[in-house]
Write a protein that binds this ligand. Structure first.
Ligand code: NAP
Length: 507
């Protein structure tokens, strides 16, 4: 069912035909010599906008602006209360423009508007409020045990952050990087994905309607191997915070190593979603559908390997397939849509290619596996599920990053834990059981950064989020971000006089 009124209402917001960067408090002028990257709308394959790509010179200008703002600007020297006031102004701007930002995100990425409105935009606003609170509550350490000394530890901003975001949650994750970086007095340059630059670029204009000083937050637009590489390799960048894929992370680590830059990596996953016979099966079914189909399945934390205990497997999988066939595919701007189009064509092709890969390896296609024929245009795919032949199949080992579930059956919990851990990734895992010992054994045995018990994805920004193994380096949380974006400094002072070795005094 379409909702033309709601959709028409959202379409009142403008989409700029050309996007550039934002440096030193101002949009970068359009340049006749810039490489043009065309952004395509995933819902109808029309041209959405042209991106003027930042080359190495433009990246240098952005880093220089951030450097000046850090080395001699007011931001790192302001009182924390003053910085917090401005971070809260940014939060308010996002809330004030929530509908517009939701529209831009949905049109650009294909994310169903209802989740963008209820989760992503509030999260973007909350990121600034949360890190304002964290910075204002931060404390140091004092050591008095080594007499006569008093040693105290303060944390100072690390400098200029090079921030690289993925296309799946541009605003929610991009603002998390910006807020966690600048709250502690740093400045930054952010590069969104070339596929999804719209919401963050608009947010830059809104952010600069507040009292934020110029140069604190700069944005460069362009492709990863051009703009991204120039940013992560720039000597003026002190730390790199990256969310994206494992292959890109390795390239970034190589370029960051030239200047020994610390890196924080939030990467992909192939997370196990374990449904035991002791689960509340209705809730487990709702949760399993949600973890793989929410946000078009383009989630790092998708429960994409669904492990079901043998005694309930036939019934559970049958119900999962029935519900998958009823998922409402449609225009991402329609409030009824549950599954929108995938973000871009090459990604759609990649996701669909796993149907053939699965079948060649002996998987059974349970449902979906093709473009939705309800749409003449747009990157729409049917919710897809396969019964995998074994956990070593590529559909169980490689991140597909779409609405694509791979089922496996297990006989006991030890086997389920073994399968969950038989992966290069270790981002999250889900366990569904009403039996406490089962839950505890799974949560202790699975090697992943987050274990969600009897719940689909939820996030407490205070608690660490990040991955074991190929799923990342470092964590996001109040404390982890504070440690990453600050340097610890120890100052040692004697509290009394004491003899100092008297070189050269002897007669
Ligand atoms: P990606 O291809 O690795 O790209 C991520 C970002 O890096 C993009 O902005 C990309 O720019 C840029 N980039 C590409 N090559 C680069 C280079 N050589 N130097 C510097 N930057 C470069 O990942 P993606 O496809 O955008 O995102 C999907 C991945 O992100 C999945 O693996 C997903 O699981 C992961 N992810 C993880 C989390 C988490 O919290 N753990 C959250 C969300 C997503 P262009 O796109 O413009 O090329």
């Amino acid at each position: 069912m379409q909702h033309p009124k709601e959709v028409a209402d959202l379409k009142r917001f403008d989409i700029p035909p050309v996007l550039t960067g934002f440096i030193d408090g101002r949009p970068v002028p359009e340049s006749a010599s810039a490489e043009i990257v065309t952004c395509i709308a995933p819902s109808d394959e029309t041209e959405l906008l042209s991106l003027h790509e930042a080359d190495a010179n433009e990246v240098d200008a952005a880093v220089s602006a951030a450097r000046r703002a850090f080395d001699s600007g007011p931001w790192p020297r302001m009182s924390v209360d003053e910085r917090n006031r401005i971070l809260r102004q940014i939060r308010d701007k996002i809330i004030e423009h929530a509908d517009e930002l939701a529209y831009l995100e949905s049109v650009n990425v294909g994310l169903p508007i209802r989740n963008v409105k209820t989760v992503h935009i509030p999260r973007a606003a909350r990121n600034f409020e949360f890190f304002a609170e964290v910075a204002s509550q931060a404390t140091g350490e004092v050591y008095t045990q080594t007499r006569p000394y008093l040693s105290y530890v303060t944390r100072e901003p690390v400098g200029v952050g090079g921030l690289i975001g993925p296309w799946n949650y541009p605003l929610g994750l991009g603002t998390m990087k910006i807020a966690s970086c600048i709250a502690f007095g740093n400045t930054c340059v952010i590069k969104p994905s070339e596929y999804a630059p719209l919401s963050l670029t608009r947010a830059m204009e809104l952010i600069h309607e507040t009292d934020i000083p110029p140069g604190v937050i700069n944005l460069v637009n362009g492709r990863g191997h051009v703009t991204g590489e120039a940013l992560t390799g720039h000597p003026g960048v002190d730390v790199v915070s990256f969310t994206g894929g494992t292959v890109t992370a390795r390239a970034i680590m190589r370029s960051a190593s030239a200047h020994l830059k610390p890196v924080a990596f939030e990467l992909g996953g192939k997370s196990a979603n374990i449904v035991t016979a002791s689960a509340d099966l209705e809730r487990a079914l709702d949760g399993s559908l949600s973890t793989i189909y929410l946000d078009n399945g383009q989630q790092c934390l998708a429960g994409s390997r669904i492990l079901v205990e043998r005694s309930i497997a036939d019934e559970f999988i049958q119900k999962f397939v029935e519900r998958s066939r009823k998922v409402r595919i449609g225009d991402p701007l329609s409030p009824d849509t549950e599954l929108g189009p995938l973000c871009y064509e090459a990604h759609l092709e990649k996701v669909l290619s796993y149907v053939g890969i699965a079948q060649q390896e002996g998987a059974e296609l349970l449902t979906g596996g093709r473009r939705s024929d309800a749409f003449e245009r747009g990157f729409y795919i049917e919710p897809t599920a396969v019964m995998a032949p074994s956990n070593s199949a590529r559909v169980c080992q490689e991140e597909i990053f779409g609405p694509f579930a791979a089922f496996l059956v297990f006989d006991d919990l030890d086997e389920a834990i073994e399968i969950a851990n038989d992966s290069n990734f270790g981002l999250v895992a889900y366990i569904w059981s009403e039996d406490l010992p089962t839950v505890m054994r799974a949560s202790q045995g699975i090697r992943a950064g987050t274990i969600w018990v009897n719940t689909p994805t939820t996030r407490d920004l205070r608690a660490p989020f990040g991955g074991y193994k190929d799923s990342g380096i470092g964590r996001d949380s109040a404390r982890d971000c504070m440690e990453f974006f600050t340097e610890a400094k120890t100052t040692t002072i004697p509290t009394d006089t004491f003899p100092i070795t008297d070189f050269g005094k002897a007669q």
